[in-house]
Write a protein that binds this ligand. Structure first.
Ligand SMILES: Nc1ncnc2c1ncn2[C@@H]1O[C@H](COP(=O)(O)OP(=O)(O)OP(=O)(O)O)[C@@H](O)[C@H]1O
Length: 243
């Protein structure tokens, strides 16, 4: 495959349930090594956007591409480029972190090379003492680390996250942000759906505001110069009132 410019791309994507559009000619582009946060009020279409990237929802118009692969034409190939971490990570409670990752890698037909799982668990900074403990006793932040370690072990170029910081305490949130920066440095594209404006302002390179299935505003951080949080809040409040 040649190197596509965009890791994720929605071009003119329309999704409608019972004729009213939920996504309305949506246009989103995320580059490799970019962290993109999608914000919007309840019902704005954030989950539907995730579902179209995952190939679970088929647009009636427009194109969705993952690393240049048209999701409608080859959903399996497109999905192989993605790791999806839902709000409540679904892993096996009775297996430990190591076993979970090994199980899902084998299920995907990509058994781990020696040391790959340990490297991934180290990269997400899951404390070593927990590696062989069943997930049943894990906190939300720890589960999330295991899910992201699985993405690292699969070496996928794109990570999709749904409400990743909801329910995380400040320490876990800051560890999560550090982890996203590690992924970004590796060239992974991160697309996250969130209501957490402050978290997004801290970690994202670009923020898109979704309102009634359209990006009504998009803004970028420039290196050390971060977002103007008051301005973001004003825009976000606008989308929430409209929703
Ligand atoms: N399968 C479906 N059938 C009919 N309507 C749907 C379906 N899925 C979503 N919708 C509608 O589409 C709109 C957008 O839903 P979506 O879940 O994408 O929004 P959201 O931005 O993720 O909202 P929230 O923040 O509440 O999770 C809502 O009005 C919802 O009721």
């Amino acid at each position: 495959m040649n190197h596509p410019t965009f890791a994720l791309e929605a071009a003119g994507v329309t999704v409608a349930y019972r004729s009213s559009p939920v996504l309305d000619e949506l246009r989103i582009r995320v580059r490799p090594g970019e962290i993109y946060a999608l914000l919007g009020g309840n019902g704005a279409g954030k989950s539907t956007t995730l579902n179209t990237f995952l190939g679970f929802t088929r647009p009636s118009a427009g194109t969705v591409r993952v690393c240049g692969i048209d999701v409608a034409a080859d959903p399996r190939a497109a999905r192989a480029q993605l790791a999806y971490v839902p709000e409540n990570v679904a892993l096996y409670e009775h297996l430990d972190a190591h076993e979970n990752i090994e199980y899902f890698l084998r299920l995907a037909g990509t058994p781990p090379t020696p040391g790959a799982i340990e490297t991934a668990l180290d990269a997400v900074r899951l404390e070593r003492a927990a590696w062989r403990r069943r997930l049943g006793g894990y906190s939300k932040g720890m589960r999330q680390k295991v899910a992201i370690a699985l993405a690292l072990a699969r070496a996928v170029p794109v990570l999709l996250l749904d409400e990743p910081t909801s329910g995380l305490d400040p320490q876990a949130s800051s560890e999560f942000n550090a982890l996203l920066h590690t992924l970004r440095a590796r060239g992974t594209a991160v697309f996250m759906v969130t209501h957490d404006l402050l978290g997004a302002a801290e970690v994202a390179d670009r923020i898109g505001f979704l309102e009634r299935g359209r990006i009504v505003h998009e803004c970028a951080a420039h290196g050390a110069e971060r977002f103007d949080v008051r301005d973001l809040y004003r825009r976000y409040a606008g989308t929430r009132e409209a929703a």
